[in-house]
Design a protein around this ligand. Structure first.
Ligand SMILES: [Zn+2]
Ligand SMILES: [Zn+2]
Length: 371
C-alpha cells in the first residue's frame, strides 16, 4: 500500500494499522499524532521502539532553528526490537533487541568508505551534507511506536542480554557524539582537556577525554548539578564561568600555556572563542556544537592563523559497529551514562517531556520515553 505522507513524499506504509508518533508540524509545534505504521523495503527493517529520548537538536527543530519538513516524525535515539525484516537483510531475527545509531550510514558510499559515516551520501539521487543523519531529519524518526531503519544490514546492533534498554539509550547519539570529540582531537595519554558546557553531549565528551587517557580534565558550565555530573563523568576540576574567567582559570591550571585540547559542546560564539583562547599553541579545538548564525574566529588567540592551532569538527559516528563498541564499553564497566537520565515519560506524555526538556526545568539532563 502506498500513500502520500504529509511531507509530500510517497511512503511505503504497512497494512498493519496506525501508531502514535511525535510529529513536527511547524515552529513550536511538535504534537503526538496518529500515523500509519511504516512498511519495510528489501534493505530495511521495522523496529518496535522500547525506549527513546529527546535531543537538544530536537529542540532546535521544535523552535524552527533547524529545518525539517513539516509532517516529519522526529527523534533519532532508539532502542527497540525487530518487528519486520526486509528480504535482503540477513543474520537477524524477529523480536531481537537492537540499538540503532542516530546516524544510519549505508556503509558503501564514498563517505562511508572514507570513515565519515555522518556525511553518508547513501544510494539516494540527491547528495546532501550530513546525509547520514536520516532518522528524524531527512526520513521519519523514532519518537513513535515503530520506525523504519534504512540500510538495516549496516545499522541494526544487537543488544547483549546483560544490558538493559536504559543502559544503551544514551549511546545512539550523545555518547557516540561526545566521545568522538576526544577521538577526533586524538587526545593522548597525559593531555590536558577542557570541555566547554556540560550538557548531555559535553558530559559524554568529558567521559571520552577520560577514556582517551587525559591527565587533567576540566568541565566548564554554570549549573551546579551539571558541574557535579561533570566530576562523576571524569572531570578533575570544574569551572563555573559565572564565577571566574574560564580562560584565565585554565591557563592557571596548565602552567600558563593553555590546554592541549578544548572541546566545544554548546554551539555558541562565546564558548567557541573561549576554546580558541584556552588552547595552547599547537593545541586542538574539537568542536561538536551546532552553531546558529555566523561563527567568527578571533584573530589574536588564533595567533593570526599561524599558532599551529587546529580546529576540527565532528558530527556523530554511526553504524552498528560503532554501537557495538559503545555497548561493550558499558558492559565492561568503562562507561556508565545512567546518571544522565533524570526524568521518565510515557510516549503519550511526550509533549510534556518536550516542555520540560526544552525549558530545562527541574534539573533535567536527559529524559527516557517509553512507548
Ligand atoms: Zn541528537
Ligand atoms: Zn554511505
Amino acid at each position: 500500500m502506498s500513500v502520500v505522507s504529509p511531507t509530500g513524499e510517497r511512503e511505503r506504509t504497512s497494512s498493519q494499522g496506525t501508531m502514535r508518533a511525535a510529529v513536527f508540524e511547524g515552529p513550536d509545534r511538535i504534537v503526538l499524532a496518529e500515523r500509519p505504521i511504516p512498511g519495510c523495503g528489501p534493505n530495511e527493517a521495522i523496529v518496535k521502539v522500547s525506549m527513546t529520548t529527546i535531543c537538544g537538536t530536537d529542540v532546535h527543530i521544535l523552535r524552527g532553528e533547524y529545518p525539517v519538513a513539516p509532517g516529519r516524525i522526529v527523534g533519532h535515539e532508539p532502542v527497540g526490537v525487530i518487528h519486520e525484516l526486509g528480504s535482503a537483510v540477513e543474520g537477524y531475527s524477529l523480536g531481537q533487541r537492537v540499538l540503532v545509531g542516530a546516524i544510519t550510514p549505508c556503509g558503501t558510499c564514498f563517505y562511508c568508505q572514507h570513515h565519515v559515516s555522518a556525511q553518508c551520501a547513501g544510494h539516494e539521487e540527491q547528495w546532501e551534507m550530513i546525509g547520514g543523519w536520516r532518522l528524524g531529519n531527512s526520513a521519519d524518526g523514532v519518537q513513535a511506536d515503530f520506525f523504519r531503519v534504512p540500510y538495516a544490514q549496516a545499522n541494526l546492533a544487537p543488544i547483549p542480554d546483560d544490558l538493559t534498554d536504559e543502559q544503551c539509550l544514551m549511546l545512539a547519539d550523545i555518547a557516540s557524539t561526545g566521545i568522538s570529540a576526544a577521538e577526533t582531537a586524538n587526545v593522548g595519554i597525559g593531555d590536558t582537556v577542557a570541555v566547554f558546557a556540560q550538557g548531555p553531549i559535553g558530559l559524554c565528551a568529558t567521559a571520552g577525554a577520560r577514556l582517551k587517557g587525559a591527565s587533567l580534565i576540566v568541565g566548564v558550565d554554570a549549573i551546579e548539578g551539571r558541574l557535579r555530573l561533570s566530576r562523576e563523568m571524569g572531570a578533575d576540576e570544574v569551572i563555573d564561568f559565572t564565577q571566574e574567567d574560564p580562560v584565565a582559570a585554565l591557563k592557571r591550571l596548565t602552567g600558563g600555556r593553555g590546554v592541549d585540547v578544548a572541546i566545544e559542546a554548546l554551539g555558541k560564539q562565546e564558548t567557541f572563542q573561549w576554546c580558541i583562547e584556552a588552547t595552547r599553541p599547537g593545541g586542538t579545538v574539537s568542536s561538536l556544537g551546532v552553531y546558529g548564525g555566523k561563527l567568527e574566529i578571533p584573530v589574536e588567540p588564533f595567533v593570526y592563523g599561524i599558532g599551529d592551532k587546529r580546529i576540527l569538527t565532528t558530527l556523530c559516528p554511526g553504524g552498528k559497529e560503532r554501537m557495538r563498541t559503545l555497548m561493550e564499553m558499558v558492559r565492561h564497566g568503562r562507561l556508565d551514562l545512567s546518571p544522565l537520565i533524570t526524568h521518565r515519560f510515557g510516549l503519550d506524555d511526550i509533549e510534556a517531556a518536550y516542555e520540560l526538556f526544552a525549558n530545562q526545568r527541574d534539573g533535567v539532563v536527559k529524559v527516557a520515553i517509553t512507548p
